[in-house]
Design a protein around this ligand. Structure first.
Ligand SMILES: NC(=O)c1ccc[n+]([C@@H]2O[C@H](COP(=O)([O-])OP(=O)(O)OC[C@H]3O[C@@H](n4cnc5c(N)ncnc54)[C@H](O)[C@@H]3O)[C@@H](O)[C@H]2O)c1
Length: 403
């Protein structure tokens, strides 16, 4: 098959994450031709344009350029709606970083707008396309843990103005402390995309928590606002329960109020798979099995890394081999997949259906925290098609996205 015509892309939003995106989009994915970038702060777009050899543009120049087919929206969450809407209205396909928007009403409007205009609309995070997550999906689908029963995620990290994360510049906009930020949105999206990738749609959710710690103080003596009060305007700690359509259940605990901790695991009738932090594209996949239990249909593909006595026999741990490519920091793989979707006339794996469903889960849990009622999900989403396993070397791995 002849090579596809490259898809011309422009980035809007040249902040922190744009560096790795633009590096990957200019070196890693042959389907993408990154041509320009813009930012409200022109020094930022000028610097990125120079580093990556693309054109510094304004948002309007990007919208008006008929050659540009896709806008990669890397603005902070409160600008996602405006920039994605403008780009869709200009007839561009759009890929937006997580989460999709800040409110459910905005998300619904954009979702419908993309459909009306017959444009592709992709939503990050795209880490679930990394080799670690695709391998986890294959092991679970092949029956390595038997029948999946439940999934659990805990992610806590302290987003407070006294952490080193918080810049001493008073004008610095640290989006995790604003609407659509906080761990439930900023990191929660990674866990939810991966839960949906592994287990499919969620039917009902409930939760407790909310913005439990809104009034804080600048307590960095180097900050010009030292000892001034500060108000956090997003949900900070939520505990949620999820009921999947396939009958599995899940729990999440996301907090930007407490110290760092993370854990993620999926539990089946024949074993437990310990997963890794879904902010990353790969990591350790550890299978835990009690050997005295009935032999699984799918034998572990590697010898145990540890074995020890357990109350009902012997507990073994296996470190599972990776079965797919894209193991390193692949920000932009979702956009590359969307570009292949455009050329091959298929649905992107990061289709907005997934981002919208993940967003509604957080929204539903927040609603449940507020009302004390169980929230019935209105959206459904198919599990994104698995990438074919093939640990192809170096640049050949891109072949697996061309399907
Ligand atoms: N920082 C990370 O480590 C990280 C990792 C993964 C994903 N993300 C996601 O990437 C997105 C951006 O995060 P970031 O950390 O780079 O944020 P950032 O605040 O560093 O950068 C956002 C940039 O968008 C620009 N911007 C805002 N509104 C705009 C508009 N209307 N037009 C043009 N430019 C506009 C800002 O001036 C800023 O330079 C967020 O959705 C975030 O969730 C961030």
């Amino acid at each position: 098959m002849a090579q596809h015509k490259k898809v011309k892309v422009a980035v809007i939003g040249c902040g922190t994450i744009s560096k790795i995106y633009m590096e990957n989009l200019t070196t890693k994915f042959s389907i993408v031709d990154l041509v320009g970038c813009s930012d409200l702060i022109s020094e930022r777009s000028a610097a990125r344009a120079e580093t990556f050899g693309v054109k510094q543009m304004t948002n309007d120049e990007i919208y008006d350029d008929p050659e540009i087919e896709v806008v990669m929206n890397l603005t902070f969450p409160e600008a996602h709606y405006e920039v994605s809407k403008e780009a869709l209205m200009a007839g561009k396909h759009v890929c937006v970083e997580k989460m999709m928007t800040v409110t459910m009403a905005e998300a619904t409007e954009l979702f419908c707008l993309a459909q009306e205009k017959n444009l592709l609309f992709g939503v990050a995070p795209d880490t679930f396309l990394g080799g670690g997550w695709q391998s986890a999906r294959k092991y679970v689908d092949d029956g390595l843990i038997g029948r999946p029963i439940s999934i659990a995620a805990v992610c806590t990290t302290n987003y407070s103005p006294n952490t080193p994360l918080f810049d001493v510049d008073p004008d610095y906009f640290f989006f995790p402390l604003h609407p659509g930020g906080g761990v439930p949105y900023d990191l929660g999206g990674y866990y939810l995309h991966n839960m949906i990738n592994l287990l499919g749609s969620v039917r009902r959710v409930s939760g407790f928590g909310g913005n439990i710690n809104p009034d804080r103080m600048y307590d960095n003596p180097h900050h010009p606002k030292y000892k001034e009060p500060f108000r956090v305007e997003t949900e900070t700690t939520i505990a949620g329960a999820l009921e999947f359509e396939n009958g599995c259940v899940g729990t999440i605990l996301f907090s930007s109020d407490s110290s760092y901790f993370d854990s993620f695991s999926i539990h089946g009738s024949d074993g437990v798979l310990e997963l890794f932090h879904p902010n990353f594209y790969s990591g350790d996949l550890i299978l835990k099995r009690i050997e005295s239990e009935p032999a699984p249909k799918f034998a572990p593909p590697s010898p145990p890394i540890s074995q020890g006595p357990f109350v009902r026999g012997v507990m073994s741990e296996y470190k599972l081999p990776m079965l797919h490519g894209y193991l390193e920091n692949n920000r932009g793989i979702g956009l590359a997949d969307l570009a292949y979707a455009l050329r091959n006339n298929r649905k992107p794996r990061v289709d907005a259906e997934l981002g919208y469903h993940a967003f509604e889960i957080i929204h539903g849990i927040n609603e449940s925290c507020r009302t004390g009622q169980v929230y019935e999900m209105t959206s459904r989403c198919e599990r994104p098609r698995m990438i074919a396993p093939a640990a192809l070397v170096a640049t050949a791995q891109e072949h697996m996205l061309d399907d």
